[in-house]
Design a protein around this ligand. Structure first.
Ligand SMILES: Cc1cc2nc3c(=O)[nH]c(=O)nc-3n(C[C@H](O)[C@H](O)[C@H](O)COP(=O)(O)OP(=O)(O)OC[C@H]3O[C@@H](n4cnc5c(N)ncnc54)[C@H](O)[C@@H]3O)c2cc1C
Length: 438
């Protein structure tokens, strides 16, 4: 007889891992989490040298809502006997390798997390979900979907995918040799920058040529200013949720560089490396930086690719060639295939994605006693903090409070001077206007 748990988590990336870590503090809720990986590694394909977090290590799995948890980053430092040496490094942000190690350390300690369990199908029968994995069926009253995002490749480039044209997320898992190759890197976000810096430093061998093409007007920095970071506080997200969908879209578009820019540290490292190679060592210029350009088409030739590019500054079409093309073209949200059997019971948004309520619960037309939650699925509904780590612990706490129908975690906040137009501030003003009119 299968054990019926309160929650099954589908996928164990940092977001569901945060839910799992916090659930340890709520023993009356039982849970199991399944992931298809053999063991925990964070974005293995992008685990490159010289790559750092974009966010503070205090934005870990638990600290924002449960600093007493044994799964905080501080706890990881102490238990792994490196607390003092960590302090001596004076690092503001840690490497991705260390963050991955922290996540793996946490995952190992939580009993209900099972790797090598690919979730194939989710069915709903009477009062429960039946989750079919590669290692058998499991049952739960509720689900939390945490399958992450998928590599995005524009349709018109897909025909070129193969050994010499691939998505950036495969860099760390392919056997890559760029020696003497004409390399074209497409995409001017953080991933593009991380790959460019490593290629520039010869991590995959010395390329013959390295072109970095970006649609953005320049190689643009992540906006990490204090007020930009106000987009990553719970109060903002709570208010964002209630905005009109067209306003939400406009704001998310306008906040692009607050979530998707390149860290200043990475930009400086690239600039200094370029200076050293071409101004100090006086190497022949084997690198080209090509901002403000959109790849419009790509075809294969006898030894590589012809790439047509629109220069959005000059308006001219340009033709480039490469023997290896790396697509740092981002990630997209897709509905996990395992939802197929219950798809007809899910209410979707216009873009075909899940509709979420304020507590990250999916709108579904099935038995109301059973809920489906989703993490990293609410960019459109909850704003730019949703795909980031900044509010992961807070979101997990919100989900658990909703699931338990009680306040297991205190996520109430003190009043902030930053005011986006709350009801309380609108009311006195409109009341005052009414009074003066009267
Ligand atoms: C390279 C990189 C660096 C980033 N750095 C930062 C940063 O510094 N700061 C920040 O705030 N954000 C960062 N992000 C954004 C975000 O925090 C991460 O992408 C984060 O990993 C998202 O967590 P997740 O749990 O949603 O998904 P993922 O980490 O993608 O995990 C999803 C998991 O689900 C599993 N899975 C999928 N389908 C199934 C299935 N059917 N059955 C079982 N398991 C399944 C996968 O194997 C995977 O382990 C970064 C993103 C990338 C790509």
């Amino acid at each position: 007889m299968k054990q019926l748990t309160d929650l099954i988590g589908v996928g164990v990336g940092p977001f569901n891992l945060s839910v799992a870590a916090l659930l340890e503090q709520v023993p009356h809720l039982s849970s199991q989490f399944f992931d298809n990986k053999k063991e925990f590694v964070w974005h293995e394909g992008l685990m490159l040298p010289n790559t750092y977090m974009q966010t503070s290590y205090l934005k870990d799995l638990v600290t924002a809502v449960a600093p007493e948890s044994p799964y905080s980053f501080m706890s990881y430092l102490v238990k792994n006997k490196k607390f003092y040496r960590f302090l001596n490094t004076e690092m503001q942000t840690i490497t991705r390798a260390e963050f991955s190690d922290y996540l793996a350390w946490t995952a190992k300690q939580i009993n209900g997390i099972h790797f090598s369990h690919a979730v194939k199908e989710i069915n709903h029968v009477n009062d429960r979900f039946v989750v079919t994995t590669s290692q058998g069926d499991f049952e739960a009253k509720n689900l939390c979907l945490g399958t992450g995002k998928s590599a995005y490749v524009p349709d018109y480039l897909k025909a070129n995918l193969g050994d010499n044209c691939f998505h950036a997320s495969e860099m760390g898992v392919r056997n890559i040799d760029l020696t003497d190759k004409k390399v074209v890197l497409v995409g001017g976000g953080q991933t593009g920058a991380d790959i460019f810096l490593n290629a520039l430093r010869g991590h995959w061998g010395q390329p013959l040529q390295l072109d970095w093409v970006s649609r953005r007007a320049n190689f643009q920095a992540l906006d990490e200013a204090a007020f930009a970071n106000e987009f990553f506080v719970p109060q903002y997200v709570e208010q964002f949720y209630h905005l009109d969908p067209s306003v939400k879209k406009r704001e998310v578009d306008a906040q692009k560089l607050t979530s998707d820019g390149i860290t200043s540290e990475a930009l400086k490292a690239i600039y200094q490396e370029l200076y050293d190679k071409f101004e100090v060592q006086k190497q022949d210029k084997w690198v080209r930086l090509l901002p403000h350009r959109t790849v419009t088409s790509m075809t294969q030739n006898f030894d590589g690719f012809n790439i047509e590019v629109k220069n959005n500054l000059t308006g001219f079409e340009e033709k480039h060639t490469g023997t290896v093309v790396i697509l740092a073209t981002g990630f997209e949200t897709k509905l996990p295939a395992c939802l197929a059997p219950i798809m007809d019971k899910l209410s979707l948004c216009d873009d075909g994605l899940l509709q979420l309520d304020q507590n990250f619960k999916v709108h579904w037309k099935g038995n109301p006693e059973n809920s489906i939650y989703a993490v990293n699925a609410g960019l459109g509904s909850h704003g730019i903090a949703d795909p980031q780590l900044s509010l992961a612990a807070w979101r997990s706490a919100k989900i658990i409070n909703d699931l338990a129908s009680e306040s297991c975690f205190d996520i109430t906040e003190s009043c902030n001077v930053m005011n986006w137009g709350t009801e309380e501030t609108i009311m006195p003003f409109s009341t005052a206007s009414l009074i003066s009119v009267a």
